[in-house]
Design a protein around this ligand. Structure first.
Ligand code: FES
Length: 120
């Protein structure tokens, strides 16, 4: 099967990858690009563990085809912190031990950021 060339901006960096037409963005983030902070929980759009922002909009990356990332800006949990330190949301999660087993924590962080980006 021929692969599709995708150009995107991932956590502020120009990024290119090849993917199969049926591959999810979640799969490519984790297995092709090594961004394993984005987790797979349910794999069918119900849990939010795989949350990312696509052009600033919250999305379940398990329901997005990787090829749909072409020309888009993707932010994963790895893109929240800066060289100066953790994102304020990450800092507060840390201070208040706001996690359970941790599998959904990256998704909650990205979802909280997306919410506050639109409703500061
Ligand atoms: Fe549960 Fe994507 S893995 S919504």
């Amino acid at each position: 099967m021929s692969k599709i060339h995708v150009q995107t901006k991932l956590n502020g960096e120009d990024t290119e990858f090849l993917c199969e037409p049926r591959q999810s963005l979640l799969e490519v983030l984790r297995e092709t690009l090594g961004f394993t902070g984005t987790k797979e929980g349910c794999g069918d759009g119900n849990c939010g563990a795989c949350s990312v922002q696509i052009d600033g909009v919250l999305a379940n990356s398990c329901l997005v085809l990787a090829l749909e990332a072409d020309g888009k800006e993707i932010t994963t949990v790895e893109g929240l912190a800066s060289p100066e330190g953790l994102h304020p949301i990450q800092q507060k999660f840390l201070e208040h031990a706001a996690l359970q087993c941790g599998i959904c924590t990256p998704g909650m962080l990205v979802a909280a950021k997306a919410l506050l980006d639109h409703n500061p």
